[in-house]
Design a protein around this ligand. Structure first.
Ligand code: AVW
Length: 249
């Protein structure tokens, strides 16, 4: 029985590792111009053989350097607590908007969990620390590092979709507020256009006090706007390619 258990455990480990590697490669190969093996190696060096609570954001510097984000002037789309509606839109309207998860690194690692372990060269997909269990965990550090790099190349007209169905649409603890907004500089970013996603039972909108904080925290040279837009209007823009980008809302 013990041998069966050990076999089952090591098989499970091997399968978990094979699965994340094959997911990484199949997603990566959709982007033709990259060497996916090189990126996998750069990815692994960030967390392999390390305590999964001791992976700082800088551990991903080589990975970001191997697949730098390109300037997508006037198309960059940020979001906070609006993941599904935003990706529902960008999946169909990449001509208008590009999110971090539409880029190579963001799409390859979206919705995945991974970590390493001291004394092992394996990648684990179970038993990894949760998002808030420790700050320097492999997944959280990756999203913080990649969000910073993504915000660094934003330029021109920048859009952010915030959620009108929560109390604090611009939350200081979010990645958007703590990592991305502080990197917008007036020499690169001209306008920050917030789209407040309004559902049937919304509890906040563009008049929310947290939006005043956002307006005040950005560079004075950046023009700020906020527009309340119904979720159905956003979905309509995704389903009707004939709608011009500038007329989505
Ligand atoms: P979010 P952000 N447990 O919707 O502004 C697990 O709050 O922070 O928006 N995963 C988590 C947790 C948690 N407690 N909190 C956050 N995440 C992960 C990159 C999870 O993957 C883009 F460019 C969730 O879907 C956006 O502009 C994601 O973080 C910006 O960062 C976003 O959480 C959105 O970050």
């Amino acid at each position: 029985a013990l041998i069966t258990l050990i076999l089952a455990l090591s098989l499970g480990l091997t399968l978990g590792q094979t699965k994340i590697k094959s997911t990484f490669f199949s997603r990566c190969e959709k982007f033709k111009e990259y060497d996916c093996q090189k990126l996998w190696d750069a990815f692994q060096q960030a967390y392999v053989n390390k305590d999964p609570c001791k992976v700082p954001v800088e551990a991903y510097d080589p990975l970001i350097a191997a697949a730098p984000f390109k300037h997508q002037c006037n198309k960059t789309m940020f979001w906070s607590k609006t993941k599904d509606v935003v990706h529902g839109l960008t999946a169909k309207r990449n001509d208008c908007f590009v999110t971090l998860e539409d880029t190579l690194l963001g799409s390859v690692l979206d919705n995945l969990t991974w970590c390493g372990k001291e004394g092992s060269n394996d990648t684990f997909t179970t038993g990894c620390p949760g998002w808030s269990e420790c700050v320097n965990n492999p997944v959280r550090s990756f999203w913080n590092r990649s969000s910073a790099a993504f915000a660094d190349v934003a330029c021109g007209n920048v859009t952010a979709m915030l959620n009108g169905s929560i109390n604090t649409p611009f939350n200081p603890t979010s990645i958007f507020a703590s990592v991305e907004v502080p990197r917008f500089i007036a020499s690169r970013v001209k306008n920050l256009n917030v789209v407040m996603v309004i559902q049937k039972n919304n509890i906040s909108n563009c008049t929310d006090p947290s939006l005043k904080n956002l307006r005040q925290s950005i560079d004075t040279g950046i023009t700020f706007s906020c527009k309340d837009v119904s979720e159905s209007r956003i979905q309509e823009c995704g389903s009707k390619p004939e709608i011009a980008c500038g007329a989505c809302w």
